[in-house]
Structure formats: structure tokens, C-alpha cells
Design a protein around this ligand. Structure first.
Ligand SMILES: Nc1ncnc2c1ncn2[C@@H]1O[C@H](COP(=O)(O)OP(=O)(O)OP(=O)(O)O)[C@@H](O)[C@H]1O
Length: 357
């Protein structure tokens, strides 16, 4: 869908994109990076709205340098910043955008009604946009990107300014844009965690450079550790501690939650048990039963994307190994420098949302 080859964009004082080479297929792809990483610049180049300083790119097989108009016919764009006229209704605005995209009047009105219904704005469609909440405005921006039935949409920070519920709804909507309409999506965010649930593939850029490009499963692959939670009993008022001691005596490596993996009171009750094979499952089960505890859960653990970066931070800084299960080495498509990994990790923290937001 999108192929870039050594794509660069230099402004007089800053290199916004630095020899970016990436190949993005169909589906929902997250483009993640801290503020200023070059996400919006990449989108502008891919839409043919700004010329590259060097390198080349194609979108849907069309050359961004020569075929920008044809690309914009087939691609929808939801800009990051608000650019909505306050005095017109969502219907008027989206019909106007549909007409601008070349749809005839009747088709524009029909598509507008369908699209506004899809984004959950049908009831409010005749109210002036100026009175809309941030979440509603984001939906209008999404609707105008979808109204001409594009093959691909670029969504620039669609969850900006939304509260956690609004963010979840928007992410669900984005997922459905692909599953229900078959439209591929490139969505930017500075929060790694929120892309984990939405995207099939994640591209991480930092300082205009590619840091990593992998499927979400590769980021969050299953590990050979089990998360185990048990109940307390009168005999074992701290069931977790008793189980930990018993498993340690049996020669099994046990740790408590990895930093950043889980937080809050419940995390203290989760044990991470290194599994060497099926016998580990049996041993945990038998030990729990032997102590008379209730087994609340025993599951193979999946990493969160942010943990991959946390482990990179620790490794590149030469920090001692963090307690808890360590992720398997992630696949990299570009050398991850200390600065890059650190900045990408900071992107998660800066979002104010611990981990998955
Ligand atoms: N028109 C411009 N002129 C000069 N510098 C620019 C221009 N547009 C972007 N930049 C710079 O290029 C770098 C990348 O900006 P870009 O907007 O692409 O980042 P971003 O990842 O989208 O971040 P944000 O989420 O904050 O928009 C930044 O340092 C920015 O200041």
C-alpha cells in the first residue's frame, strides 16, 4: 500500500524525515513516535502535499512526486488539528467535502448520511459543529476522510484530546473502518499502548528515522512465562507469598510483576513463573492444590509493546536486568540507538497514560 525508499524531508533548521525506508501492507498500521518524530511530515509527503528532499515513495502504486492528485482521490485524510467551520452542521460540511472529492450531489448526500451514521453522529448531524464536543469534532473529521469511499485513510492523531472512554470508542471505530469497509488505515499516535489493540502492524519512527517496523504480534509475542494468581486462605493469609516460597523451593524461577507491566494493587498478587514445559503447568497446579489455595488464573503471558521498549532502555543503558520475565529479542528493521529507544519510550510516558492507555 505504501512504500518509501530513503525518503527524506529537510527544513532549513531540522531534518523532519531522515532516509526512511518502509513497506506498509493492507490492514490497520500504527505510525508511532514522540511529538516531532516526523509523523505528520510523512503523511504530507505521502499525500503529495509537500515535496521530498530526497528519496521516493509510492502510495497504492502511485508516485507521490508526480501523482499526488490521483493519490488524494483514493486516500482519505484526517488532519491532526481542528479545521472545522463552527457555523455549519456536520451534514453540510461532510456533503461539501464529498462534493470536493468529486461525488455528484445525490451520492454526496447519501454517502454523508451513511458515513455520519457509521461514526455515531447521526442524531446530531444537523447541529452546528461549533457546539460539538472534542470527541464529536474528531468524528466529523473522520467522517470527511471516509465519505468518498477511499481505499486507504491517513488518520493523524485521531485520539488527541479524548478522554479514556472517547479514546476507546475512537479506536474501536478505526478498527471497524477496516473490518467493515475494507479500508486500510495508517493511524498516528504518540502512545504505543493504544495502537496495540487496534493495529495489525506498528511502525515506530524517531527523529525522522525508522526505529522498528513489525507486526503487532511480533511486538507482543507470547513468552515462556506464566502469570499466576491465587486466593488467600486462613492457613495462608498471603497465598501469593506462600505459593512463591513453595515454587522457589521446588526449583522454579518466580518473580513478581515486571515493572510497567501491571500496576495497582492487583499486580502484587500476580506471580510470573518461568515455564520450561508442560510440567511447569502441572507443578503450579499441584503446588496450588497442595497449599489448599484457589487458582484464580494461570495463563501464558503476552508482552505489551511498551515493555519491549523498556527492556531496550535497560539494555542500551547497561542497566541491571529488570526483575520479571524478559521479552524475547524483538525483530528490528533498523539499528535501535539508545537515544531512539529512550525517546520512543518517553513517547509512552508523555502521553500520561501508563502503558496501554
Ligand atoms: N513546515 C515546517 N517548517 C519547518 N519545520 C517543520 C515544518 N513542519 C514540521 N517541521 C519540523 O519537523 C519535525 C517533525 O514534525 P512533524 O510535525 O512531522 O512531527 P510529528 O511526529 O507529527 O509531531 P506532532 O505529533 O507534534 O505533530 C519537527 O521538528 C517540526 O518542528
Amino acid at each position: 500500500m505504501i512504500v518509501t525508499e530513503s525518503l527524506s524531508k529537510r527544513y532549513p533548521r531540522v531534518t523532519a524525515l531522515d532516509r526512511l525506508t518502509v513497506d506498509i501492507g493492507p490492514g490497520v498500521t500504527g505510525l508511532v513516535g514522540a511529538n516531532g518524530a516526523g509523523k505528520s511530515t510523512l503523511i504530507k509527503l505521502l499525500l503529495g502535499l509537500a515535496p521530498a528532499s530526497e528519496g521516493s515513495a509510492t502510495v497504492l502504486g502511485l508516485d507521490v512526486a508526480r501523482e499526488g492528485g490521483a493519490i488524494r482521490e483514493r486516500v482519505g485524510y484526517m488532519p491532526e488539528h481542528d479545521c472545522l467551520p463552527p457555523d455549519v452542521s456536520a451534514t453540510e460540511f461532510v456533503v461539501h467535502m464529498a462534493r470536493m472529492s468529486g461525488l455528484p450531489p445525490t451520492a454526496a448526500r447519501e454517502r454523508t448520511a451513511d458515513t455520519l451514521r457509521h461514526v455515531g453522529l447521526y442524531e446530531e448531524r444537523y447541529r452546528p459543529i461549533g457546539g460539538y464536543s472534542t470527541g464529536m469534532k474528531q468524528r466529523v473529521k473522520l467522517a470527511q476522510a471516509l465519505v468518498h469511499d477511499p481505499q486507504l485513510v491517513f488518520l493523524d492523531e485521531p485520539t488527541n484530546g479524548l478522554d479514556p472512554v472517547g479514546r476507546d470508542e475512537m479506536l474501536g471505530l478505526i478498527r471497524r473502518v477496516h473490518t467493515e469497509f475494507g479500508i486500510s488505515v495508517l493511524v498516528t499516535s504518540h502512545l504505543l499502548g493504544e495502537l496495540e489493540r487496534t493495529c495489525d502492524h506498528v511502525v515506530v519512527i524517531d527523529g525522522g528515522r525508522l526505529l522498528r517496523s513489525s507486526s503487532t504480534d511480533d511486538f507482543t509475542q507470547l513468552t515462556a512465562s506464566l502469570a499466576v494468581e491465587v486466593t488467600d486462605t486462613d492457613e495462608h493469609p498471603d497465598g501469593t507469598a506462600s505459593l512463591r516460597a513453595a515454587l522457589t523451593r521446588a526449583g522454579v524461577a518466580v518473580t513478581t510483576a515486571a515493572p510497567g507491566s501491571e500496576s495497582g494493587a492487583s499486580a502484587a498478587h500476580v506471580l510470573y513463573v518461568e515455564a520450561t514445559g508442560e510440567e511447569t503447568y502441572d507443578l503450579v497446579r499441584d503446588t496450588v492444590a497442595g497449599l489448599g489455595l484457589g487458582l484464580v488464573r494461570m495463563e501464558q503471558r503476552r508482552h505489551r509493546i511498551s515493555e519491549v521498549f523498556q527492556s531496550d532502555d535497560a539494555a542500551t543503558a547497561g542497566a541491571p536486568e529488570a526483575p520479571g520475565p524478559q521479552p524475547a529479542a524483538p525483530r528490528t528493521t533498523a539499528p535501535a540507538t539508545t537515544a531512539s529507544a529512550t525517546t520512543a519510550h518517553r513517547a509512552i510516558k508523555d502521553g500520561g497514560a501508563p502503558d496501554a492507555a
